[in-house]
Ligand binder design. Structure first.
Ligand code: ZN
Length: 93
C-alpha cells in the first residue's frame, strides 16, 4: 500500500476580488475614493486600481512613476551596469 499523501498545492493562488459583474471590468472602482472611473483616463500608473495619481499617492504613500524614476537615476549613478540579465529557467523544478 502506498502511504504517500497527496497534498493539493496551489503555487499560484489566483483570487479575483469583486468578480460579480462584467460591468465592473469596464468601470472599475477606485480603491481609495470608491468612485467609478474610466481606466483609460486615470493618471495613475496603476490605472486599474486608482482613478488618479493623487489617489495612488494618498493610498500608497508614494507613486509608482516616482519610484521608477528614482530607481533608474540611482542605478545610473552608482554603478555602470555591466552585468548581463540573469537568465532564469522558466519553471524548472
Ligand atoms: Zn480615486
Amino acid at each position: 500500500m502506498s502511504t504517500m499523501t497527496e497534498e493539493p498545492r496551489d503555487d499560484a493562488k489566483v483570487s479575483l476580488p469583486g468578480r460579480q459583474d462584467a460591468e465592473l471590468v469596464s468601470m472599475p472602482r477606485c480603491t481609495r475614493c470608491k468612485l467609478k472611473y474610466l481606466p483609460a483616463r486615470s493618471t495613475s500608473a496603476l490605472r486599474l486600481t486608482y482613478c488618479s495619481f493623487l489617489c495612488e499617492l494618498g493610498d500608497l504613500g508614494f507613486s509608482m512613476t516616482g519610484l521608477e524614476t528614482m530607481e533608474r537615476a540611482r542605478k545610473d549613478d552608482s554603478e555602470a551596469a555591466t552585468e548581463p540579465p540573469a537568465a532564469e529557467p522558466a519553471g524548472a523544478r
